[in-house]
Ligand binder design. Structure first.
Ligand SMILES: *Cc1c(COP(=O)(O)O)cnc(C)c1O
Length: 448
């Protein structure tokens, strides 16, 4: 088997996600034979550093021996059982661990199988809570501009990335949209904290006006990842928590991308010392092994559904693979690795090294900003550094960086004109240097 023969067969039968398939007339599809640590290897023996953790899911490297063993052992005992009317040890243990680990006050876990389905659950549960409490006018959601919450119709409705959303507009419900506190837009001389705090005015006004008809505010804490890795200050989260309490509106924190250490703390909400009413987790939950997601919520919300069956207040939502034992086993050992290896502590050194390796890029004539939140670092390419005029999207500058990366052993997958790194935590300093060097060259070529 070589790259060419497998690609040919693939292009005959597979429809790839988030892809204009015609691109593959010129852009090679890369068949991966194996992975180890941060490295992926194709059928022709080329190796690539997975600088984006395979769409932000992988935490501790590919084919991690500890996670592999845990999944193997679980598969020999019990691969799956329905979670309605039945339970199993992995889901009980995982729920206990998550409740202990998550911001204080989140005491219940409901499971699903993708980030999008976790978002759907949080939206439905918030709406249903208000119905159960007799607040029938609460039917809407507030979101931030440039947000992303997944691809299913409800999750897409509360997102705001035009590329994924605009075509489907007629199928979606309308959220009440508030401008993002994204610090890329701050004035010269203004700190990120000042800007995010100033932008909170608009959220406060919106809540004051629409609280009576609003179920929840949904946000991605600190980093709008799919929205070009735009970042904002924790001060916004503290203010938002306070206002949601004041106006009687839930707060949904979508930590599907930023959870599990990406922003430097286990959960991004910790940086503002807040507890959301719903915490959505996915992606890294299983270390990148299996599709599992969960929504954590509070006892107050749980109690609003707890009643005699005939009141029909129960949350009648399920997915076939809810609480899958293999996924739970992978998640449990992932949490063990966080504990045993002092990962959050060690990541500080890696994050500092990423900053150091990228320092020069701030001076690049076509880089408007290098920004970082923990283990996420993003580089914004622009046509004009002073005015920050972006390159037209049609020029696909990021794609040139992508291609340069692949030709030089690094998997980068820029979001439009934003090149970013979100590597597995097992990356070492040499690999960071290599990843950054190749990205830097790619940026030179793409902006020449
Ligand atoms: C990826 C992502 C989702 C959707 O998760 P899927 O597993 O792809 O459905 C939702 N919210 C955020 C913030 C994400 O990054």
């Amino acid at each position: 088997m070589d790259n060419k023969s497998l690609v040919q067969r693939d292009l005959g039968v597979v429809w790839h996600p988030c892809t204009q398939m015609k691109d593959h007339e010129s852009l090679p599809l890369i068949p991966i034979r194996r992975g180890q640590g941060v490295w992926l290897e194709d059928y022709d023996g080329h190796r690539y550093i997975d600088a984006i953790s395979s769409w932000w899911v992988n935490l501790f490297g590919h084919a991690n021996p500890r996670i592999t063993r845990a999944v193997q052992q679980q598969a020999q005992e019990l691969e799956h059982v329905l979670l309605a009317g039945f339970t199993h040890e992995p889901v009980v243990r995982l729920s206990e661990r998550l409740v202990r680990l998550a911001p204080h006050g989140l005491t219940r876990c409901l499971y699903a199988d993708s980030g999008s389905s976790a978002v759907e659950i949080s939206l439905k549960m918030s709406f249903h809570y208000w119905q159960n409490m007799g607040h029938h006018d609460k039917t809407r959601f507030i979101n931030l501009s440039n947000s992303y919450h997944g691809e299913t119709l409800g999750a897409l409705s509360v997102g705001d990335v035009a590329l994924y959303k605009s075509t489907y507009k007629p199928l979606l419900f309308e959220p009440i949209s508030v401008p993002s506190p994204d610090c890329y837009d701050r004035e010269a001389g203004e700190t990120c904290a000042q800007y995010s705090t100033r932008m909170f005015e608009l959220m406060d006004q919106t809540l004051a006006r629409y609280a009576d008809e609003t179920c929840a505010v949904i946000i991605e804490p600190l980093v709008q990842c799919a929205g070009h890795m735009r970042m904002y200050d924790p001060a916004y989260l503290s203010l938002l928590r306070g206002a949601c309490d004041q106006y009687g509106v839930h707060l949904i924190a979508d930590e599907i991308a930023v959870g599990f250490g990406r922003t430097g703390t286990m959960f991004a909400c910790e940086q503002a010392s807040i507890t959301p009413d719903f915490l959505c987790l996915g992606k890294g939950l299983t270390g990148g092994y299996l599709p599992l997601s969960t929504v954590l919520t509070t006892d107050d919300i749980y109690q609003a559904f707890y009643d005699d069956y005939v009141t029909l207040k129960g949350f009648m939502h399920s997915h076939s693979y809810t609480g899958n034992p293999l996924g739970c086993a992978a998640a449990l050992v992932t949490l063990d690795i966080f504990d045993q290896d002092k990962v959050i502590e060690d990541n500080k050194k890696l994050a500092a090294h990423m900053a150091y390796a990228c320092a020069e890029l701030s001076e690049h004539p076509h880089v408007a900003e290098v920004r970082q939140s923990g283990m996420i670092l993003a580089i914004e390419m622009v046509k004009d550094k002073r005015s920050r005029e972006p390159y037209p999207w049609q020029e696909r500058r990021g794609l040139r960086v992508y291609q340069h990366g692949l030709n030089n052993g690094v998997l980068l997958r820029p979001l439009g004109n934003v090149v970013y790194f979100m590597p597995p935590y097992v990356i070492n300093e040499n690999e960071i240097d290599q990843m950054v060097r190749v990205a830097h060259e790619g940026i030179n070529i793409a902006t020449a």
